[in-house]
Design a protein around this ligand. Sequence first.
Ligand SMILES: Cc1cc2nc3c(=O)[nH]c(=O)nc-3n(C[C@H](O)[C@H](O)[C@H](O)COP(=O)(O)OP(=O)(O)OC[C@H]3O[C@@H](n4cnc5c(N)ncnc54)[C@H](O)[C@@H]3O)c2cc1C
Length: 157
Amino acid sequence: MKSHEEAKAYIVGAGIASLSAAVLLIRDGGFRGSNIRIMEELEVAGGALDGSGDPVKGYVTRGGRMWTEEAYVCLWDVLDTIPTLADPAKSVKDDVWAFNKAWHSNSHARFLLLVSAADPLTFLVVPVLLALVAPWACYVPARRAMRVDPMVALRQD
Ligand SMILES: Cc1cc2nc3c(=O)[nH]c(=O)nc-3n(C[C@H](O)[C@H](O)[C@H](O)COP(=O)(O)OP(=O)(O)OC[C@H]3O[C@@H](n4cnc5c(N)ncnc54)[C@H](O)[C@@H]3O)c2cc1C
């Protein structure tokens, strides 16, 4: 692949997508790290991933996150090329996978907590609720639309 050592990249936002893009630009695109600018409006990097920390001490993910091994193939590929701060021979992916092995997560789907997959009450209440709400969700906007003069609507387009 052609080297882009002199090329510059400007990335808006410092969420995981932008940080991954920067890694891939360096690793696969041959960009120099110093030629990549990431512009973030917040004071912390990480975006919705709740990043907290700094480049020296490292970052932690504050919220609960599901980082399963069978999913997130692209993210694991990126993290596999980033050395950990504690041991440069070990990748961040190795570190997280070792953590996953040591600490089994037991995350239930939040809406289904304490509810069985064939819960009769849920199967009864949800269709009834939908049957009540759906006609109103159609009727109210339809009534409003009918009040508009067709000529006015045509001229708007
Ligand atoms: C509570 C919660 C739990 C979640 N749990 C999981 C989970 O378990 N597993 C999972 O895979 N995903 C989970 N997600 C989703 C995952 O965190 C997000 O999909 C992912 O972090 C999005 O990353 P991103 O880089 O695409 O966008 P973002 O993280 O939204 O990053 C965008 C960044 O761009 C910045 N920005 C935007 N506009 C500008 C601008 N004009 N100038 C400068 N900066 C700008 C923003 O401030 C932000 O920092 C969860 C999300 C939340 C909120």
